[in-house]
Design a protein around this ligand. Structure first.
Ligand SMILES: [Fe+2]
Ligand SMILES: [Fe+2]
Length: 154
């Protein structure tokens, strides 16, 4: 980071904490891409009468993950970063229960990650970002609940 860009940012978020947030948001974006892929594929291949309701819910999750990806990419651009084109490696299982467990684990990692990102944003005074991430995390928590219900964990 050059001295001049440090100085330019002196009154707002420091350049280094902004870079850190952008790096974290790009990890979040790559994870959203992964979630879209998993939900698109899995909502169309999920088999078993006991999973009838969740297959429909997973289609809704897919659309919501796309909306999250669009929002996170917009926030990265706003902060002066480049939204990533990299996807986190998607996972798949032909076993329905196993696949739901994969999705649940991913949602839990996502929630943990957004909590950390919200803390970072607030420490840096990026309150609009924090608000946007809070809206996303509410939906991620709904996803977690849907998956837990489908797995009989609640
Ligand atoms: Fe998401
Ligand atoms: Fe989600």
């Amino acid at each position: 980071m050059s001295e001049s860009s440090k100085a330019a940012d002196a009154e707002g978020t420091s350049a280094s904490s902004k870079d850190e947030i952008i790096k974290g948001l790009n990890e979040d974006l790559a994870r959203e891409y992964k979630a879209i892929i998993q939900y698109v594929v899995f909502s169309s291949t999920l088999k078993g009468a006991e999973y009838g309701d969740i297959a429909e819910q997973l289609k809704v999750h897919a659309s919501q993950e796309l909306a999250h990806a669009l929002e996170v990419a917009k926030q990265i651009d706003y902060l002066g970063g480049d939204p990533t084109v990299n996807v986190q490696g998607a996972e798949y299982s032909q076993d329905s229960k196993k696949m739901l467990e994969i999705d649940l684990k991913q949602e839990q990692e996502t929630i943990k990650s957004y909590r950390e990102r919200i803390r970072q944003a607030e420490r840096s005074g990026e309150f609009a970002l924090s608000e946007a991430l809070r809206d996303i995390i509410v939906e991620e928590q709904d996803h977690e609940i849907d998956l837990k219900d489908a797995l009989g964990l609640r």
